[in-house]
Every structure is written in C-alpha cells, then in structure tokens.
Design a binder for this molecule. Structure first.
Ligand code: ADP
Ligand code: MG
Length: 303
C-alpha cells in the first residue's frame, strides 16, 4: 500500500477538562474518500482543526504527506471547507476564487472551469451576498479544489444542500479523488456516505468507535434480519410454537435471524404457506448500524 496522505496517530486534544479527541488513529490514502460521522459535539470539527494545525494536541501526531500540521508544506497540500462558509459579501464568486488562487499561487486560468463544475457560471459575477446557502457551499467546494490539493478537508459540506446539488457535490469530490486527492469529510447523511465514500469512521464523544466500509460495519454489528409473518386467522399460535419469534398481535409474528439463516427460515416458512397471508423481510438499516456502533461505546464507557 502507498503511504497515506493523512496519517493520524494516537491524537488527543483537550479543552480544559474535556477530551474533545481521545487517542484517535486514522489514515486516509491518496484517492480515498473517508467519511467521519458522529453526533453533534463528537469531535469532528476538532479533528479537522487539529489536522490544519489550528490546535495543539495534548499527545499524538498528525502527518500530511509526511509534514506536520501548520508547516508550509502541509498548508500547501491541504484545502479546507469549514462547517460555516463565510466569504466577503461584496466580492463576486469569480473574485473569491481569484483571491484564493492568489493565496495558493495557482494560476487563474482554471477559475472558469471550477465555476462551471460547481454550477455557478451564471452567478459568477454576482456578489456573494446575493448567494443562497447552497450556492455558498458550492463556491466553498470550488475554493477547496483550487491548486490540485493532495488532501481535501470538508466539514459537513452537504448540509443545507438539496438532493440534486448533493449528488453533484459528490460527483466533484469523486473526480478529485480519482485524480489522487485524499478526501476527509464529515456528514450526517448516512445514505450519501454509503454510496459516495470508500470508508466510514464513527466518532463518539471524542473516541473512534469503528472504521471500515459500511458493509464491514454492518457485519461487525451483526444485527438481526427481522421476518414479519402474517398468519391466517387462528394459525399464529401453531406457527409460533414451530418457529419461535414474538407475537405482535393475534395474527402477526416477528422472528429475528442472522442474515445467513434467513434463507433457511424462509424455506421453513414456505412449508406453511397455506396458512400464511404475508411475509415481510427487513434487513438492518444504516441508522441501526450507526446506532449500534455509537451505543455499544456508551455501554463500554459505563462499565
Ligand atoms: N474552542 C473550544 N473550546 C472549548 N470546547 C470546545 C472548543 N471547540 C470544541 N469544543 C468542544 O469539543 C467537543 C467537540 O466539538 P466539535 O469538534 O465541534 O464537534 P462536532 O464537530 O462533531 O459537532 C464539544 O463538546 C465542543 O463543545
Ligand atoms: Mg462540527
């Protein structure tokens, strides 16, 4: 494997008595999109700020393409879209990008393409003060793409975007990753993360609870699949005595099983099809998987 662009080792950051980050180790490789998820106050923004060198860690280290945070080499490698995007309201979108191009010593020739890529060509010469939140977010993304960064830090970049803009946003992020950028982004949208990022890291109260693909996290959680059976009048008792499960009412039964046991159970149910009215199979959802990983950590904390 190639060396990671972002390498975080045993990072702890405290604000007085509060450990906002507690012994975090995490890597992001070139071309990889890693999503950070966690409740409000979990430490996501603090992690971005530590990578940027805005905060001094208590312990641990951060390396950006081999350089410590805050050094010129690290600053050149990183671009950042903060949680709250604020640009001077009187500048136009084009002027904002020209300003950031200057800061990063990038040529201005790419600005037209960037504006086009984020759908702001029409609004390019309007003051940012007239932009909607979604337009400011998109300008923020364009800003983060200036100068071919090696590491993109995007703090809740899709909050406040409509579904179409959100989709386009992830397209642009995918292109940056395909060019070899490492992307670390935070989000609350589990659906979008599952389909639009490579790995997920769950942060809860400053600690990293699980890291992997959504499929990995689903497997680790080992949550049951639930099969809901509706039996014909008067048949539920017999079904329950044969198959187990919980009675929901006079004719409905819920049976939990592992994903592997699902087909065998459905086959057994098939043998009773003359007394079945309906069958419904529910696999654990993304919310259940996320809740499992954040909650199991709460239980560990209490013991
Ligand atoms: N500058 C600060 N001073 C004191 N506490 C802070 C500061 N910044 C963040 N915190 C606290 O650190 C914790 C993590 O915050 P943050 O990283 O902003 O969470 P998230 O981005 O996941 O919502 C919270 O409890 C927050 O109140
Ligand atoms: Mg935050």
């Amino acid at each position: 494997m190639t060396d990671p662009i972002l390498d975080i080792r045993n990072l702890s950051v405290s604000f007085g008595k509060l450990y906002a980050l507690d012994d975090i180790s995490l890597t992001v490789a070139a071309g990889e999109r890693l999503a950070l998820i966690g409740h409000n106050g979990a430490g996501k923004s603090t992690l971005f700020k530590a990578v940027l060198g805005f905060l001094t860690p208590e312990t641990g280290s951060v390396s950006i393409a081999g350089h410590p945070p805050g050094t010129d080499a690290a600053r050149i490698a990183i671009t950042y879209l903060p949680e709250v995007v604020a640009f001077p309201r009187s500048l136009t979108g084009r002027e904002v990008l020209a300003y950031f191009s200057g800061l990063r010593s990038a040529t201005r020739t790419g600005i037209f393409d960037l504006l086009d890529r984020v759908g702001l060509t029409e609004a390019a010469d309007r003051p940012v003060g007239t932009y909607s939140k979604g337009m400011r977010q998109r300008l923020g993304l364009a800003q983060a793409l200036i100068g071919a960064p090696r590491l993109l830090l995007l703090d809740e970049p899709t909050s406040g975007l409509d579904p179409v803009s959100r989709h386009d946003f992830y397209e642009v992020i995918a292109e940056a990753a395909a060019r070899g950028a490492a992307v670390l982004l935070s989000s609350h949208g589990l659906e979008e993360i599952q389909s639009r990022t490579d790995r997920v890291a769950i942060l809860s109260r400053g600690a990293l609870r699980a890291v992997g693909t959504m499929e990995d996290l689903a497997r680790q959680a080992a949550l049951p699949t639930t099969i809901r059976v509706t039996a014909l009048q008067g048949e539920a008792d017999r079904l329950q005595s044969e198959l187990g499960g919980r009675r929901i009412n006079g004719c409905r039964l819920e049976i939990d099983c592992t994903p592997e046991a699902k087909l065998a159970l459905l086959a057994r149910l098939g043998a009773h099809r003359d007394v079945l009215e309906d069958i419904d199979v529910t696999a654990p959802g993304l919310d259940d998987i996320y809740r499992h990983h954040s909650r199991s950590s709460d239980m560990e904390e209490r013991t």
